[in-house]
Design a protein around this ligand. Structure first.
Ligand code: CA
Length: 229
């Protein structure tokens, strides 16, 4: 069985105690830290998900996130931020977070995200190697979770990889936001797809601004270059 432990790093007592109570009532093994410094040592093999507040008294949550990601590439990291500015969110995702929630958030939404991340963590040992996917000069190997543009390997965060794999599998065709949320984030929840927007931006930074077309009100399409092999 995969471990499904949750580590909550949150200094706000009211938020932390509420979260611990509700996660515990759902049967999760949850531990809570009020400081960022001990988080690295505390995220052990039984930890599948870290819920990480960015505003911590002793450390920069972004820095903690980066160090967690480096130490544990397979860990799911969900950041909580009261700073709802795009830059903080981008910094968090760039530091390796898989997902984020802006405070104040609804408990039901947090629980849905937690379920999705833990389901994916449990399923992340894939059964059998798939053939690499190709679209133009982009190659995605789902078996090794590596991707290349031309001869250059792309440095992708977990959700960016999953999103790129889906878009490449459907290259030249429209992929709806609903389908992306379902297959990449494992949720039907479409209240806000800001996380998706941010990941699309990240892929455009790596593949070029015209590689992914926004289909307003529908979703996205990966463009296959005319000179593709
Ligand atoms: Ca805080």
């Amino acid at each position: 069985m995969s471990p499904s432990g949750i580590l909550l790093v949150e200094d706000d007592e009211a938020i932390a105690s509420g979260l611990v109570r509700v996660l515990d009532s759902q049967g999760y093994a949850v531990r809570r830290l009020a400081r960022g410094g001990p988080a690295l040592g505390a995220a052990d093999d039984t930890t599948s998900l870290v819920i990480l507040d960015l505003g911590l008294p002793d450390a920069d949550g972004i820095d903690i996130c980066r160090r967690l990601r480096r130490a544990r590439p397979e860990l799911a990291i969900l950041i909580l931020t009261a700073r709802d500015q795009e830059l903080d969110v981008v910094a968090g995702l760039d530091a390796g977070a898989d997902d984020y929630l802006v405070k104040p958030f609804r408990l039901a939404e947090l629980l849905a995200r937690v379920r999705a991340h833990l389901r994916r963590a449990a399923a992340s040992a894939p059964a059998g190697a798939d053939e690499p996917l190709r679209a133009g000069d982009v190659t995605v190997d789902r078996a090794s979770r590596r991707a290349w543009r031309g001869g250059d390997e792309l440095d992708l965060r977990p959700k960016e990889f999953d999103l790129l794999a889906l878009l490449v599998a459907e290259a030249g065709r429209a992929v709806t936001r609903e389908r992306i949320m379902r297959e990449v984030w494992d949720t039907d929840w479409l209240g806000s797809t800001k996380t998706l927007d941010t990941h699309i931006l990240a892929l455009r930074r790596r593949l070029g601004p015209d590689a992914i077309t926004t289909l307003r009100g529908v979703g996205y399409r990966l463009e296959v270059p005319c000179d593709s092999a």
